[in-house]
Design a protein around this ligand. Structure first.
Ligand SMILES: Nc1ncnc2c1ncn2[C@@H]1O[C@H](COP(=O)(O)OP(=O)(O)OP(=O)(O)O)[C@@H](O)[C@H]1O
Length: 262
């Protein structure tokens, strides 16, 4: 994928004039938006890295695609093919040393993703081992949810998300860590996802949600995510490495790097 090219103009979605995208705009198909999920489309998206010596390396080259509400879109490809870079581009988290060009549209418009619209779950779990599952998610709710929301409503939301992600049985168990054994690796991943669901985002980005898990745990994580996408109408975009056939069957759409993204 590496090659040299002149510096393309930096991609600045917020400063760009709003315009309709013809051709790939998922919401131009006549489907009614009935859920909180968002239509995410991207067209001719390229990402280039520039090193200190000014040398350019093209990481993504004119990629077009879309993700729909209630569906899980899997980004797959070999290691180093650019899955995380695409995820970062779509979620507006591209590093300052990378130059992005092209269109990324939210419901057909150029908009910056704001808090509450989207959430991003990174590969690493950053959880306090001494807290129980409920305490950890509740603590996160206190930090994330507005002060105007009553404590009872916050607790109710925490409990609902715990139920939705299948963590009720371990809600009062300690998360644990390397020294003290706690919940399983798959349950930890689900706790991390729960924390990002507190603000009820319409769009959920997952970077390698099954990495480091055995196939049964990986299946459980993705099955809960797929069910949540369907029931809550959330749009899920997940970079996934080597899924089992059972996990693969849970995806509704695939964006695969095979000599070019589709
Ligand atoms: N900031 C950067 N500067 C230079 N090169 C970068 C930068 N970020 C990513 N790359 C390169 O872009 C390529 C794609 O990286 P990326 O992390 O997106 O791949 P990936 O498909 O997610 O890989 P993996 O499955 O191993 O996590 C790699 O060759 C990586 O070294």
């Amino acid at each position: 994928m590496a090659e040299s090219s002149p510096t393309p103009p930096r991609w600045t979605p917020a400063a760009s004039p709003r315009k309709r995208l013809n051709g790939v705009g998922c919401n131009n198909t006549g489907e009614r938006k009935t859920s909180r999920g968002v239509f995410l489309t991207w067209q001719d998206v390229s990402v280039t890295a520039v090193d200190e010596k000014g040398k350019h390396k093209v990481i993504l080259d004119r990629i077009t695609g879309c993700a729909r509400p209630s569906q899980v879109l899997a980004l797959m490809g070999a290691s180093g093919s650019g899955k995380t870079t695409l995820l970062d581009t779509l979620s507006g988290r591209l590093g300052l040393d990378l130059i992005g060009t092209g269109d990324v549209l939210i419901n057909g418009r150029r908009e910056m993703l704001s808090y509450g619209t989207s959430a991003y779950v990174t590969q690493e779990n950053t959880l306090m081992p001494t807290l129980t599952v409920r305490e950890a998610i509740h603590y996160s709710a206190q930090l994330q949810l507005p002060g105007s929301m009553s404590p009872a409503k916050k607790l109710a939301r925490v409990d609902r998300i715990i139920r939705e992600m299948g963590l009720s049985a371990v809600a009062d168990s300690r998360i644990g860590g390397r020294v003290s054994k706690g919940i399983s690796g798959g349950e930890r991943r689900r706790v991390s996802i729960c924390m990002q669901l507190l603000a009820s985002p319409g769009l959920l980005f997952l970077d390698e949600p099954t990495s480091g898990l055995d196939s049964a745990a990986a299946y459980h994580v993705m099955a809960y995510v797929a069910r949540l996408a369907q029931t809550a109408g959330i749009t899920v975009v997940a970079a996934v490495h080597q899924p089992s056939s059972e996990v693969f069957d849970l995806f509704n759409a695939l964006c695969l790097r095979m000599g070019g993204w589709c």
